[in-house]
Structure formats: C-alpha cells, structure tokens
Ligand binder design. Structure first.
Ligand code: MG
Length: 391
C-alpha cells in the first residue's frame, strides 16, 4: 500500500450569511485528491475537503502534511487486506507536539477524509459499509436521521423571511429544523432576548408548537449570564436542543449552565481532538441521557481521531447515539450510518456544494438513505463532483 499522488486546491464557499459569531463572506475550503496504490495493480483516488466554518489550509498542507504522506513509503495493510488510513495518519502527525490543535486538525482532517474515501474505493464498498465491517460488527443503520440547519442572519431578513425558509425545509422532507439565536451584537440583552423569543415563537407556530422539532444555536456567543437568561426564557418550549450557548472550551461554565437548564444542551463542533472532547465530558457537566455531542470528524483530525473519541465516550458511559456531528457533509453521514451515531447535520440552502448529500436521494421525515456506491459517495453528488473532478 503506497500513496502515489496528492493534489490540492482552494475553493470559495462564501455566502452573505452570518451566525452570532462570524460572517461567511470570505469563507474558503481546501480540497485534495489522494491516490493510493494497493501493490497488486489496483489503485483508487480519494477526495477530501474541510468542513465549513474553518478556512482552507494550503500552507499547512503544502509545508507539512502532504510531504509527510508523500514520504511515508510502503504502508502496512489493514488486517482485512485493505488500505488502512491509520498508519498514513501516524506518518502525517510525525514531529507534531501535543495540544494546540487549531487549524492543524483541519488540514489533517482534509487528507484523512480522502484516505478513507480511497480505502473504501479499494475495497469496492461504500464507506458506511467498510466502517460497519471494520468497527461495528457488520451492523449499520438503513437510514440516517438528519435535520435542516439554517435560520442564519442575513441582511434584510426578517421574521417572515425566517419562517418562509423553515417552511421550505419542511417541504424538502425535514421535520426537525435549527435556527440561529443570539446574533444581535450591541443590542442590550433584554431587547435581544425579546427579539429572539419572537423569532422562536414564529417558527414554533409553523411546527404546530412542537418544540422537539426545533433546535436553537448560539455559536458560542454567550457568557454565563446571557446563557442562563436565555435558558430560563426558553426552558418551557421543550426544544430539541440549545446549542453551543457558551465558549466551547469553557467547561466549568457549561457545568454551571447544566445545573440550571434541564432540557438537552448540544455542543462540541469547535473541539478538535479526542483530548478536548474528553475534557468536555470530564468537566462540562453534560448528561449522557439527553445531551448532544457535535464533534465534526472533518475538522478534528479526521476519522482516525474520531474513532478514538467514540472509544473515549464509551469508556465514559456515553452512547454513540448521543453524537450528531456538525458539518452536513457526506463523510459524517457515512460515519453516522456505519457506526450507529444519532444522526447528522444538514444544510439544505447554505455551504454549497460541500453541504448536502447524494443527488436524487430524498429526505423523508428527516431521514436519508445512503447510496450504494464505492467510497464516500462524492461521485453521485453532482454539484460537489463538478468541483472535485477538476483536481
Ligand atoms: Mg452550531
């Protein structure tokens, strides 16, 4: 097993939208193509990209991670005879100190995605099936639960515009939707809260008052006071979850919030390693019977590291069903299906062409089936394949 070619590019995924923390008008993504030869005359090219919310990483890829993969030489096969991304991952991380994950975990995640795509293609299997065989005793889900993430702030967008957007998601087959809150910088807390309550109530009305069909997302904007104030105001809506109310690394404050806010919390999309995830589990006061963990394998050193995170969670009494990764990409969808996670995020209207799933596969009652094609399935997602095939 040998990596024989790596190509990379940078593509825009900018958009006029904003959440409570950043606007996406200058967002970019790295894309890579990695060719692996099996030694018996077979070869496969896998593709990878970084998940939204973090920028392209051409410098780190060019200077460190691509050269290390190119110099890795002959790599040991998996015990099933196929390609194993783990030794390649270890080669990439040579001479990297612990801690300080930052953008490094994004660059490694881009290449890791491509390595898994290639591994599944060499095996002639969809990635979800390869993962099910290797790590889940052959078990997998027939479909994955997905929810429509949107409700961004957008210049000129009012409450009616928000409700219309959510209506479109329901028409596309989603029964659970997510909206941004806490994105009125400079507005006094009480005023911002009243505005957000009117936005939440308008969407709840569309959902027949069923709070279990609505998630709200703060994108880490609040301090403890605002998080508690919002929590008290939304506590009785029965919302599906209250997402990233606090800075993702402020574990003790999460623990305080969890003492006061009984319904489900969700967080983790900005924690980029198993060790950061473990700190959240150890110190964040989260509750394995209800809370949701959103670590995004594409942003956090890829699936080789995410497998370590899932092992850590089991050791701490957490089911993989509590995991619903951030990012809305096909990579996490394969992982959700093959490893029995709780589901996956979906962005029906933003982050094209990286968000979204295989073309022509419908969402039915917030569940989506996987295509039966080798690899992650990029070749059957028409808009994304148009970008990747140029590599
Ligand atoms: Mg979020």
């Amino acid at each position: 097993m040998k990596i024989t070619s790596i190509r990379q590019g940078v593509v825009p995924i900018m958009s006029a939208i904003a959440n409570a923390y950043i606007d996406f008008s200058k967002m970019t993504a790295s894309v890579v193509a990695v060719t692996v030869e099996s030694g018996d005359g077979r070869k496969a090219t896998g593709y990878g990209f970084n998940s939204n919310g973090r920028y392209a990483q051409p410098g780190l890829l060019t200077e460190r991670f691509i050269p290390r993969l190119e110099e890795a030489g002959e790599l040991p096969a998996h015990e099933d005879g196929g390609f194993d991304p783990t030794p390649a991952w270890t080669a990439m991380m040579k001479n990297e100190k612990p801690g300080g994950h930052g953008d490094r975990s994004v660059a490694v995640g881009v290449l890791d995605m491509a390595l898994w795509d290639a591994a599944a293609k060499l095996a002639g299997l969809p990635l979800w099936k390869l993962l099910s065989n290797r790590f889940n005793g052959g078990r997998h889900d027939a479909t994955a639960w997905v929810y429509a993430a949107g409700g961004y702030y957008h210049p000129g967008k009012d409450v009616d515009g928000l409700v219309e957007e959510m209506k479109r998601y329901l028409g596309q087959g989603y029964s659970v939707v997510k909206m941004k809150i806490g994105g009125s910088p400079g507005m006094p807390l009480r005023e911002a809260l009243l505005l957000d309550l009117s936005r939440i109530e308008a969407v709840l009305k569309l959902l027949d008052g069923d709070g279990s069909r609505l998630c709200v997302d703060v994108n880490g904007r609040f301090g403890l006071h605002a998080a508690l104030s919002y929590g008290a105001a939304i506590q009785n809506f029965g919302l599906r979850w209250y997402e990233e109310p606090l800075d993702p690394l402020d574990y003790a404050t999460h623990a305080t919030l969890a003492e006061h806010y009984q319904p489900p919390l969700a967080t983790g999309e900005n924690l980029f390693s198993m060790l950061d995830a473990r700190n959240l589990i150890r110190h964040g006061g989260l509750r394995p019977d209800r809370d949701i963990l959103q670590f995004d394998p594409a942003l956090s050193y890829g699936l080789v590291e995410y497998l370590r995170t899932l092992t850590m969670l089991r050791e701490h009494g957490w089911s993989p069903r509590r995991c619903v990764p951030h990012g809305g990409h096909q990579f996490a969808l394969n992982i959700a299906t093959g490893l029995g996670l709780g589901g996956n995020e979906s962005y029906p209207e933003v982050f094209a062409p990286f968000g979204g799933f295989a073309s022509g596969v419908p969402v039915v009652d917030s569940r989506v089936a996987m295509p039966d094609v080798p690899g992650i399935g990029f070749e059957v997602k028409n808009d994304l394949w148009a970008v990747l095939k140029d590599l």
